[in-house]
Write a protein that binds this ligand. Structure first.
Ligand SMILES: Cc1ncc(C[n+]2csc(CCOP(=O)(O)OP(=O)(O)O)c2C)c(N)n1
Ligand SMILES: [Mg+2]
Length: 458
């Protein structure tokens, strides 16, 4: 029975991954094979992108955090119509080729960020989702602008990505900021280069991400396109960042190497490849791409062109009504800073006492915030906090008894106020020496940390 075009595309990705790694005699075939259905679903359906203009600012971003599975990305770019030929794929892992061992930004058309060091890609995806939020608030806030920057950031991460500490802190921030434009698929294949994940990892990943404020779903079979699609649609609707944990079998459907670390970092071997082709009903021919793929590629390209044209129409109407903002947007994407931004920089007189560089850099950032379009909401919050710090001593003076010794309640009030104002200290009394420089001056006899300690000890 003839294969449907989707199955054909998925098998093409699997076959190209086996062949490229075999020819290079190095690389990772197993994960691209297992993730072929998910990858094709993202590139052919879920993702809004224009393969003929990889820099379109309204596109959905894509990050393959497990960069060792680069053949997945290269096969997807090729089949989606990006400027990456079959010849480029045959040069996989060769010096100066467009298909290096791990994806490299500014090198291969359509690669959004360099990945390979595990954990970095997913952290980068969080950064992209923060950037999307910033763009949306700064340029897409009006009715005309709405929808200009509602793009998603799709990310595929592996066990190793989640083992790396950097993923923990970045994902914590994503949950805190409710970065709903971020959708991460976790390739839960129970295996790493070293063997079963149980050698080093047994945490409940769903619970970890739920605790960090993420929307968490589970798809039990990475070949189940219906379930993957449904999970992705639910993820798009949820206002929180989403984790979709997907069980896959590394190297699937290779008959003897699937589900083994052997499918991770070495060619499958000619015999195993021949047997896999047989199982897939594939011709025993290297780098075979069925003729039917041309029509599938054309569909992705046409969809991308239509999405891009609709976006451009929206953008142009918005730009006409927002000339200044449109110019700022252009300049931001061109990497240009507004003229005279440096005039806002603060100068600090020389002093024996000096100041912590985090303070001085903070003052610089605050000074140029308006010029470079820092998030206005946050900037406003900072202003309100600064005003509160300024006024608090006066307010306390109005309400607190001046001379009488304070009881435990008063002390804990002061601690609570400190904790609110200076969350990094979390109300600790062992403040660093420069703390007074950061917190508004006040009557040290009544409210200083030392007096709190004294009162408690008394
Ligand atoms: C920070 C970091 N440490 C080590 C490596 C080397 N390395 C590459 S892949 C891999 C194992 C990855 O296992 P997993 O993430 O589960 O990927 P899978 O084998 O399932 O594709 C390791 C340790 C790396 N790329 N980055
Ligand atoms: Mg794994």
């Amino acid at each position: 029975m003839a294969k449907d075009p989707t199955s054909l595309a998925i098998d093409t990705i699997r076959a190209l991954s086996m062949d490229a790694v075999q020819k290079a005699d190095s690389g990772h075939p197993g994960t691209p094979m297992a993730l072929a259905p998910l990858g094709w679903l993202i590139f052919s359906e879920l993702r809004r992108h224009d393969p003929k203009d990889p820099h379109w600012m309204g596109r959905d971003r894509f990050v393959l955090s497990c960069g060792h599975a680069s053949m997945l990305q290269y096969a997807l770019l090729h089949l989606s119509g990006y400027d990456l030929s079959l010849d480029d794929i045959q040069q996989f892992r060769q010096w100066d080729s467009k298909t290096p061992g791990h994806p490299e930004v500014f090198h291969t058309p359509g690669v959004e960020t360099t990945t390979g060091p595990l954990g970095q890609g997913i952290a980068n995806a969080v950064g992209m989702a923060m950037a999307a939020r910033h763009l949306q608030r700064r340029f897409g806030a009006s009715e005309l602008g709405s929808g200009l920057f509602d793009h998603h950031v799709w990310c595929i991460a592996s066990d190793g990505d989640l083992m790396e500490g950097v993923s923990y802190e970045a994902c914590s921030l994503a949950g805190h900021l409710k970065l709903g434009q971020l959708i991460v698929f976790y390739d839960d294949n129970d295996i790493t280069i070293d063997g079963r994940t149980s050698l080093a990892m047994s945490e409940d990943v769903d619970a970890r991400f739920a605790a960090q404020g993420w929307h968490v779903q589970h798809v039990g079979d990475g070949n189940d396109l219906v379930a993957l699609r449904a999970a992705a649609e639910a993820a798009k609707k949820d206002p929180r960042p989403s984790l979709i944990r997907v069980n896959t079998i590394i190297g699937w459907p290779a008959p003897t190497k699937q589900d083994t670390p052997g499918a991770h970092g070495a060619p499958l071997g000619k015999d195993e490849i021949a047997k896999t082709r047989e199982l897939m009903g594939w011709p025993n021919q290297d780098f075979y791409v069925p003729a039917e793929m041309a029509a599938e590629t054309a569909k992705v390209v046409a969809r991308g062109a239509a999405d891009h044209a609709a976006w451009k129409q929206k953008h142009d109407a918005w730009a006409k009504a927002n000339l200044q903002l449109a110019e700022e947007l252009r300049a931001a994407f061109a990497g240009e800073l507004p003229a005279g931004w440096e005039d806002a920089l603060v100068s600090f007189p020389a002093s024996d006492k000096g100041d912590a560089t985090r303070n001085t850099s903070g003052k610089h950032i605050a000074a140029i915030a308006d010029k470079v379009g820092l998030d206005h909401e946050r900037h406003g919050a900072a202003r309100r906090r600064d005003a509160l710090r300024r006024d608090l001593p006066r307010l306390r003076g109005l309400h607190a008894p001046r001379a009488a010794p304070r009881g435990a309640d008063g002390a804990s009030d002061a601690l609570r106020a400190d904790a609110r104002l200076d969350r990094s200290r979390r109300g600790r009394t062992d403040a660093p020496a420069d703390r007074d420089a950061r917190v508004a001056p006040r009557d040290p006899g009544l409210h200083g940390p030392a007096s709190v300690r004294r009162e408690r000890d008394a």
